[in-house]
Design a protein around this ligand. Structure first.
Ligand code: DAH
Length: 350
């Protein structure tokens, strides 16, 4: 009987091994491979059960049976690895074959430039194409450049129009000499102090005002200052340059209008408006809709003198554009605060 049980047991293992290998080679997917693994090599699998059954055998038979199980289990493990390789590579092949390259892809969410940055770039491009150079300046500015050198001395009523945010630091006279710039015009002075004409520059940048916010007011916004100083610069140059800018930004058909305005740093001063209804040829409304988009004028001779220029030789024009105003017009936005709320549902549209 001993001989027989030994034989029976060994045969049994051989049988199980051959069934297991047949089943293994029939697996086609990782799922079925895993099922197979659990069934044969899992913690409660057939191999473990066989190992446990050793204790039921007569002690003489145990070593042989044990060895047989161990070598069978090694074979199963090795074959499992090679079958795994087969299944996964054919899985990839199936995926490749089932990939329909004509299907639309999954859209990738990518960021875009802030609408104000885009508008600044458009405006700058309009002027650089006319030979203007872009420069930048400090946002913390001196009273001297922000007001005094622009012909707005202390106690000048024009200061009331610039609700100023002052830096809380006093000089030896008990005065506060620094502020957050209320406009980009101080860069006119800073440039003219260090450079001789000819000058053609634009200054994009942030400006600050102590304002209560509403749909048309923000406490910080963006401006683009412009300055051209040379021999023989006249008001015609100012008009031509700004008209060209309006055409570049709003289209060839745009109508512009200049009217008198007052700014202490220019004489004469003007505002330029565009007729919003004039931008397309096929617009049949006869009605005009004038919207002011910038302030401008001929640089005040007092200012040219103060920076040491010869006013018999040089004249110049300057202008200041409100960027948010232009962006609101271009995109039909009716609330300036939308630009700075950082709401992706708004910003994502640009
Ligand atoms: N700095 C003015 C403002 O913030 C805008 C301005 C008007 C600038 C006329 C100019 C100018 O250079 O000539 O209101």
């Amino acid at each position: 009987m001993n001989k027989n049980t030994e034989k029976d047991s060994a045969q049994n293992i051989d049988k199980i091994l051959s069934i297991a290998l047949t089943e293994l080679s029939a697996t086609k997917t990782l799922d079925s491979l895993n099922e197979w693994k659990v069934r044969y090599l899992g913690r409660k699998g057939i191999v473990v059960q066989l190992k446990r059954s050793i204790s039921e055998l007569p002690s003489k038979e145990r070593p042989k049976f044990g060895q047989a199980i161990n070598s069978a289990s090694k074979i199963l493990e090795q074959k499992l690895i090679s079958q795994h390789t087969k299944v996964t590579s054919s899985d990839n092949k199936n995926i490749r074959e089932s990939l329909d390259v004509t299907l639309p892809g999954v859209p990738i969410n990518s960021g875009s430039l802030h609408p104000i940055t885009q508008t600044i770039r458009d405006i700058c491009e309009a002027f650089t194409s006319m030979g203007f150079e872009i420069i930048e300046g400090p946002e913390i500015e001196l009273d001297y450049y922000n007001f005094q050198m622009l012909n707005i001395p202390k106690h000048h009523p024009a200061r009331d129009g610039f609700n100023t945010l002052w830096i809380d630091q006093k000089d030896s006279n008990g005065e506060r000499p620094m502020l957050l710039r209320t406009h980009t015009s101080p860069m006119q002075i800073r440039t003219m102090e260090t450079q001789d004409p000819p000058i053609r520059l634009i200054v994009p940048g942030k400006v600050y005002r102590y304002e209560a916010t509403d749909s048309s007011h923000e406490w910080h916004f963006s401006q683009i200052e412009g300055l051209a100083v040379d021999k023989d610069i006249s008001f015609t140059d100012l008009k031509g340059t700004l008209y060209e800018f309006a055409r570049k930004l709003f289209g060839e058909d745009v109508k512009v209008r200049f009217r008198c305005d007052y700014f202490p740093f220019v004489e004469p001063g003007a505002e330029m408006a565009i007729d919003w209804n004039s931008r397309t040829k096929d617009n049949d409304t006869k009605e005009e809709n004038w919207i002011e988009i910038l302030g401008a004028g001929m640089v005040h001779p007092k200012i040219l003198k103060a920076v040491g220029y010869d006013t018999n030789k040089y004249t110049g024009f300057a202008f200041g554009i409100g960027v948010e105003r232009i962006a609101m017009l271009k995109h039909g936005i009716d609330d300036i605060r939308l630009f700075y709320n950082n709401d992706i549902r708004f910003l994502g549209q640009f």
